[in-house]
Design a protein around this ligand. Structure first.
Ligand code: PHE
Ligand code: FE
Length: 295
């Protein structure tokens, strides 16, 4: 389900379209510029906010060995001291030197096209507010912890950084082709819930997995979910779950495969897929193999 609300605010920015559920986004959009970015409201963080960040970071960090991919583990310290919510500008300085990316504040979820445009300019939008202590284990919308811890480390990886920019440009194109629903599945099953094969078994690189208390172990080690080989057409036909752990994941060989497989023109693929029925999450088609869980 998708809902459109009128933010009723400044300088004639378009209404916000947001994903699932019927609550309005909880951020303060009156602070946003026309491109939906805003200053990180650093003064607004309470000691409780910093403490929540510190505890979330510590809990996820100790889970990473054996579950997260090495590229993520190598880069996570680039976020800086884990005791307090970092300043976006400090991270941007390091990120700019590494891969030419910046992070920019946003009040929360933003419209699809604004999101694509930022990615295409190598600017990653990071929600600036912190979840409440009672949302420690689960928060419905992305917050500063999910966005920073989940997404930013891999932006330090040159190949993944280029993939994210290409995704943004591809999103602007998909908007024109009215294919955003198909392309959104690619984001979901790679950037948010992607797994990667390694000699030691599958590992996580998706932000939704890496920032989740329970799904990190589940996605990598539980025998229940399907772990299908990455294939653009198969993936873009596959629906996804928004309110539970995923019933299937897609496994890439490496980031080069992800980049190369998504480089061709998607227009003919969108045209084909529009004529095919979607596949429900968790369905194994004839002849498909599933990667085994790790450990
Ligand atoms: N190659 C895609 C297209 O032509 C663009 C794209 C690249 C989309 C990378 C997603 C990721 O539309
Ligand atoms: Fe995310």
């Amino acid at each position: 389900m998708s809902t459109t609300i009128d933010k009723g605010v400044n300088q004639g920015v378009a209404p916000v379209t947001y994903g699932e559920g019927d609550r309005p986004p909880r951020g303060d959009y009156s602070r946003a510029r026309a491109d939906y970015t805003c200053e990180q409201d650093f003064a607004r963080y309470s000691e409780a906010d910093h403490d929540t960040y510190r505890r979330l970071y510590a809990r996820q960090l100790q889970q990473l060995p054996g579950l997260a991919c090495q590229e993520f583990i190598d880069a996570v310290e680039q976020l800086g001291a884990p005791e307090r919510i970092p300043r976006f500008d400090d991270i941007s300085e390091r990120l700019m030197r590494a891969t030419g990316w910046q992070i920019v504040g946003v009040p929360g979820l933003i419209p699809e096209e604004a999101f694509f445009a930022l990615l295409a300019q190598r600017r990653f939008p990071v929600t600036d507010w912190m979840r409440l202590p009672e949302e420690f284990d689960y928060v419905v919308e992305p917050d500063v912890f999910h966005d920073l811890f989940g997404h930013v480390p891999l932006l330090f990886n040159p190949l993944f950084a280029d993939y994210m920019q290409a995704y943004g440009a591809g999103g602007l194109k998909a908007s024109r082709l009215e294919a955003c629903e198909l392309l959104a599945r690619l984001y979901w099953y790679t950037v948010e819930f992607g797994l990667i094969d390694t000699p030691q078994g599958v590992r996580a690189y998706g932000a939704g997995i890496l920032s989740s208390a329970g799904e990190l172990r589940y996605a990598v080690t539980d025998p229940t979910p399907l772990r299908l080989a990455f294939d653009v057409r198969r993936l873009m036909r596959t629906r996804y779950k928004i309110d539970s752990y995923q019933a299937n994941y897609f496994v890439i060989e490496d980031f080069q495969q992800l980049f190369n497989a998504t480089a061709p023109d998607f227009a003919p693929i969108y045209a084909d897929l529009r004529r095919l029925p979607a596949v429900e999450a968790g369905v194994q088609l004839p002849g498909e193999r599933s990667f085994p869980p790790s450990r």
